[in-house]
Design a binder for this molecule. Structure first.
Ligand code: AMP
Ligand code: ZN
Length: 135
């Protein structure tokens, strides 16, 4: 896709700090890291959402992520990593080229996880039935 910033990174049309690439995927450091070592993993083909990405490509994204995490751990020594995928603009996706965030975490790094909301058992049962019936 011509005006996609991540496609431009793939084609070396704009600079980036690439750390790994193979036939299907590319990984580079996020330009505005939430923490040191924040890495973006993308497919080399342009797809926008997880629903729109072929399963084999999704598997390759996860395989690349699994390969990178031990190296990132050694490089920046975090206490854990969060993986994030903002799927569609309503969920915070700014770059419309599917990407997995690898975000190293550190003690007192100022970030927190999503807070849970209370839900009744009836509500959960109804919703699980609804989703199950739509599969
Ligand atoms: P998202 O909100 O999930 O679409 O996240 C997009 C991410 O891409 C953000 O964390 C940005 O900091 C990152 N980003 C945008 N442009 C670049 C770039 N040129 N090089 C590296 N990372 C980028
Ligand atoms: Zn793209």
């Amino acid at each position: 896709m011509t005006d996609c910033i991540f496609c431009k990174i793939i084609k070396n049309e704009i600079p980036s700090n690439k750390i790994y690439e193979n036939k299907t995927t590319l990984a580079f450091l996020d330009i505005n890291p939430v923490n040191k070592g924040h890495t973006i993993v993308i497919p080399k083909q342009h797809f926008e959402t997880i629903e729109g990405t072929p399963e084999d490509v999704l598997c390759e994204i996860i395989k690349t992520t699994k390969k990178l995490i031990p190296a990132i751990n050694q490089a920046v020594n975090p206490i854990g990593v969060n993986l994030g995928l903002n799927n569609k603009s309503g969920a915070g996706q700014i770059v419309p080229h599917i990407h997995l965030h690898i975000m190293p975490r550190f003690n007192n790094d100022g970030h927190s996880l999503f807070g849970g909301k209370k839900a009744s058992s009836e509500e959960l049962k109804l919703l699980s039935d609804k989703i199950k019936n739509l599969l």
